[in-house]
Ligand binder design. Structure first.
Ligand SMILES: [Cu+2]
Length: 237
């Protein structure tokens, strides 16, 4: 009887442990791995419980950031956690995580804007022009439309052409209304429709590292962009 009790207890523990493990992986970016308590093989970790091949002691469970275990994983702060879909000016549909691997310089604009956006676009071009050419290939300059109903991929493509921003380093994105709002919240960009064709909006250029983590923001129009350029150069190989 005592024996049976033990088995039931062990079974429940395993179940609890399993579900806990799954939760951890999806929620806070940590995973359980196993390590020899004597560190016979230094910091070597195993994905499953068992015993150390050297001292045969039971491996102990340790928690580690998934980022350390798996380079493909993204941190909680990454903009790549957003699952919304975006149409590129070329017509291809992507999720933001597909931009992973390059420094991202992002700004929210809309193509029919006659006031601030042309200046924000000029600021983006000015920043791009000051980055050494060998770094530019590791950077994506991304314009996200805050007016996805008007800014279709065709419109964005025409806008890119008109502004001589049709090189590979430039990307224009049309999202869904909710996807754009969610993205703006991440960037702390505020915008509001003030007439059917006009929006008031923040003027913020954001720099993300190749893992999608925000590293710098510049606010304003025609402001000194020295710090922005420095931050881009710093995180770009
Ligand atoms: Cu504008």
């Amino acid at each position: 009887m005592q024996h049976l009790k033990y088995i039931v207890f062990a079974f429940i523990t395993v179940l609890a442990f399993q579900s806990c493990k799954t939760d951890k992986k999806s929620n806070d970016g940590t995973v359980e791995v196993y390590q020899c308590p004597m560190e016979c093989e230094g910091n070597k970790t195993y994905n499953e419980a068992g015993s150390c091949p050297i001292c045969h002691m039971d491996l102990k469970a340790v928690e580690t950031s998934s980022k350390l275990v798996n380079d493909d994983a993204i941190s909680e702060e990454s903009v790549f956690n957003l699952t919304s879909h975006w149409n590129m000016e070329e017509g291809k549909t992507i999720q933001l995580k597909e931009l992973k691997g390059k420094t991202l310089v992002m700004v929210m604009i809309y193509t029919s804007c006659k006031a601030a956006c042309p200046r924000l676009v000029a600021d983006m071009r000015n920043i791009e022009a000051q980055i050494p050419a060998e770094k530019v290939k590791n950077i994506q300059f991304v314009m996200v439309s805050i007016d996805p109903e008007t800014d279709t991929p065709e419109k964005l493509k025409a806008f890119a052409k008109e502004n001589a921003m049709d090189g590979d380093q430039w990307t224009f994105l049309q999202g869904s209304v909710s996807g754009v709002r969610e993205f703006a919240n991440v960037l702390s960009v505020k915008y509001k429709e003030i007439s059917p064709i006009d929006f008031s909006h923040s003027n913020i250029i954001s720099v993300f590292n190749a893992q999608g983590e925000l590293v710098h923001q510049q606010e304003g129009l025609g402001v000194d962009n020295k710090e922005t350029i420095e931050s881009i150069i710093k995180v770009t190989p």
